[in-house]
Each structure stands twice: as C-alpha cells, then as structure tokens.
Design a protein around this ligand. Sequence first.
Ligand SMILES: Cc1cc2nc3c(=O)[nH]c(=O)nc-3n(C[C@H](O)[C@H](O)[C@H](O)COP(=O)(O)OP(=O)(O)OC[C@H]3O[C@@H](n4cnc5c(N)ncnc54)[C@H](O)[C@@H]3O)c2cc1C
Length: 482
Amino acid sequence: MNTWIMDRPDDPDVLVIGGGTGGYSTALRAAALGLRVVLAERDLVGGTCLHRGCIPSKAMLHAAELVDGIAEAGARWGVKATLDAVDWDALTATRDDIVARNHQGVGAHLARAGVRVVRGSARLTGPRGVVVDGPDGGAFTARRGIVLATGSRPRMLPGLTADGHRVVTSDDALFAPGLPASVLVLGGGAIGVEYASFHRSMGAEVTLVEAADRLLPLEDADVGRQLARGLKRRGITVRTGAVLTGAEVLPDGVRATVRTARGEEVVVSAERLLVAVGRAPVTDGLDLAAAGLAADARGFVAPADWSRLETAVPGIHVVGDLLPPPSLGLAHASFAEGLLVAETLAGVPSRPVDYAAVPRVTYSSPQTASVGLTEEAARALGPVKVNTMPLTATAKGMVHGQGGMVKVIAAADGAGGEATGRVLGVHLVGPHVSEMIAESQLIVAWDAEPADVAQHVHAHPTLSEAVGEAFLTLAGRGLHQH
Ligand SMILES: Cc1cc2nc3c(=O)[nH]c(=O)nc-3n(C[C@H](O)[C@H](O)[C@H](O)COP(=O)(O)OP(=O)(O)OC[C@H]3O[C@@H](n4cnc5c(N)ncnc54)[C@H](O)[C@@H]3O)c2cc1C
C-alpha cells in the first residue's frame, strides 16, 4: 500500500488512544525514547486503575485492615480498643486525596516527558489516521503508529440494570453515599472478593455468590478453597456453584433469589447488590473498521503478533484490558505492554511480555498471590512435585494467626521423579502475601529449581520464610516441615 503522509507540525510519531495505565505507560516510554507522542483521553489520565480500580480499592482495603486490627487487638492480644464508627466521608476523603495526588503525578510525568495530552474521544479514520473530538482535538496522522489503549468497563448480567444505588458496579460502589449494612456480591473473581472482604470488615452482612465451583476460578484450586475458608471464618456467606436467578429492587434494598450448588432456591435480601461479573473491553466510538480492524467475538482486539502486540494492520498496536488472554486485565501487565509497544515503535529491542511470570494478587483478607501455573495446568504438561505448607507452620504465621498457605509446584524431572526440574508455580494465601510474591515471580521467570531457591537463606522470623521452607522441603532438605 502506498500511503502518502502529509508532514504537518501537529502530527505525532505515535498516537495513543486512552490514557489509562496501558496508554500512559506507552506514551511515557515512547517520549523518553525521543518520539513525538499525542495521547488522547476522553476522561481522566490514569484511567480505571487510578480512578475506579486498583488505587481507590486498595486505599479502602487499607482502612479495612485497620478495622480488622482493632478486632484482633482485643480478641488475641488483650489490647482493649473499641471501634466507635467508620466515618465514610473521612475515609473517602483520604482515598480521594491519594487518587488526586497520583492523578496530578501522572499529569506531571506526561508534561515533563513532553507528551501532548489531547482531551476528547478519539476514533480511527484509517491505518494511520485519528480524529479526536474534543475541546483541543483535531485530525492527526501518526507517522509511526497508533496504540489502542481504551481499556474496559464493568460487565452487567443480562436482565440486570445497574441503577448506581441498589444494583451497583465496582465503579458505583466507590461513590456511594455511605456504607450498606448488607451486601450481596455477585462474582467471586478478584474484584468481587475484594469488595466482599471490604464490606465485611466494615461490619456489613455479606453474601458472595460465584457460579464456578470455587472462588477465583482461574487460580489454583487450593487458593480458591483456602480463600473461601478464610472468608467464611470472617462471617461471609460464600456460595460457590450458585447462580442468581432473579433480583427485585425494593425501596430499601434488593431481594434476590439464588440457586445453590445443591439446586435449592434461596432468598438473599441485602441493601445493595454489587455486580462484579467481569469486565468488557471498550471499543465504542473507536471505529475499528475504518482502519481495517475488528474486535473478536468477546470484544477484544487481538494482536496478530504477540511479540510486538501489533494487530494485522501494521503500525496499530494494542495494550491493556483491550487485549484478550493471555493478557491478564491487570494494571502491571499493561505497564509491561506499554513498555514493549513503545520500544517496538522506537525500533529499540524489547522482549515480549512473559505473561506466565506476571503475579496475580487479590487484596482481600486473607490475601492471595500467585505466579506461574496452577497445579492442574502444570500436571497437564507432565509429572510434577508439589509441596503445600500452612503459613502457621512458621512462627510469624502464628503471630499473624490468620491461617494461609504456601504451595509450590515444580517439574519432576530425573530418575525416581525427584524434583529437579524448574519451578512452575507458586501460590500464596494469607496476610501480606501481596508483598511476598515478588520473590516467587523471579523464581518462576528465571527458571530456578527448588534446590536453587533452597540455597538462599530467608530472614527469620518472617512470613516469607515459609516460601524458603517450602522450597527446602521440595529440594529434599526440609528443616521444620516433614
Ligand atoms: C475495582 C478494580 C480493582 C482493580 N484492582 C487492580 C489491582 O489491584 N491491580 C491491578 O493490576 N489491576 C487492578 N484492576 C485492573 C486495572 O484497573 C486494569 O487492568 C487497568 O486499569 C487497565 O488499564 P488500561 O490502560 O488497559 O485501561 P483503562 O485504565 O480502562 O484506561 C482506558 C482509558 O481509555 C479512555 N478511552 C476509552 N475510549 C476512548 C476513546 N475512544 N478516546 C479517548 N479515550 C478513550 C478511557 O477514558 C480510559 O481512561 C482493577 C480494576 C478494578 C475495576
């Protein structure tokens, strides 16, 4: 194709559509590599993660931990403290201040890098053409490429409508006027589990309904089971293998019917029904067809070349939640994708994203953190060695007193099936495991074997010591685990 590109001063090398974590990371890296970048954003830079996702939810979960700490202080440690009340307005003010400061930070980074942020809704007009409809918009021709980073939005169940009041999405839950006394959470993925955990800490009666036979159905079966046990211990009613069969919105709440795993119909009444059944890619108004592209059956835009995240139209790349699996719908995956695409467009060597080594974390109480393959997926590849160790087998695990586990999976190579192969997966459940998984992601990414890990000494007493102990045992050098 012979495309004549008019050289206009406003035309960037790279035009990024969407200023979420995927889009802004692409823009920052591309600008750092000397490319001229325009970033079109129709709402706020920072996107879902900063304004409606990772950051506000983790801020709220931090407050939830403080509340849980007060209960634990009295129950276990004789530290007599009482919780007077949770001031929702104060809680959300602190949360929103953290979001606002981060938002300002992202804007400052982009400005310092020389990225031109154009406010408005962008649509494709051809393989290099973009029009941004907005106050400072216009028509642009991207000399090197276009990056689609339009992200995702909450998915709704057919037949249900979010009214932002009684039937809410994770977006609405942030901006609710107060805390409900009871919540029915639909969806046992990370978002549903985190919100169920948060509301329980805040004193609500919580029912969590998941259609699959376990929570976090994409994770190792033991993770889902341990998590369910931990949530039940905290008083959350967990119903797996259960489906919503009806929901009636009443003036003071929602009356839902749920078919349980045993086929019984139960009625769950709650002030709020929080629907967290997944996220749908956003391509509305983008006019993919104008560039010769189409979304797949599920609405994702799939790359033709995953090593460059480039679509079948040369020069059009995709990052973030718009990508289908094996991308993960996680902010940190989108950062890595942004780096890869920016470097690719700049002609700098860049390695493909190693999705198998991207950690997956749920910040509930208890937390879960995993990297690599589930036991089921690992066994499908060949013989494996598995070691599961309770966190409470360590002194620090006992101090925290929240249960939990470390599960490590390695390929069983060699005669007799001793675990001499590489580590395939690590799965953690318990307190602070979101901070403990970093070590395991290197173990998996660097193809380490249990004996390699066992060689390294972990600080005593720590929770991460349990990871070291689990690998010591797998390497045949068990110390406290037999
Ligand atoms: C409640 C919740 C908690 C989460 N917690 C975590 C977590 O703890 N850790 C984690 O890693 N991930 C978490 N996520 C997921 C994370 O938020 C997403 O993976 C991440 O935001 C995806 O980034 P993105 O850039 O692909 O899309 P988005 O962040 O959705 O950004 C897309 C941007 O594109 C803009 N846009 C769309 N169409 C156009 C257009 N035509 N023109 C101009 N602009 C457009 C939108 O306004 C938006 O700002 C969470 C998500 C939710 C909802």
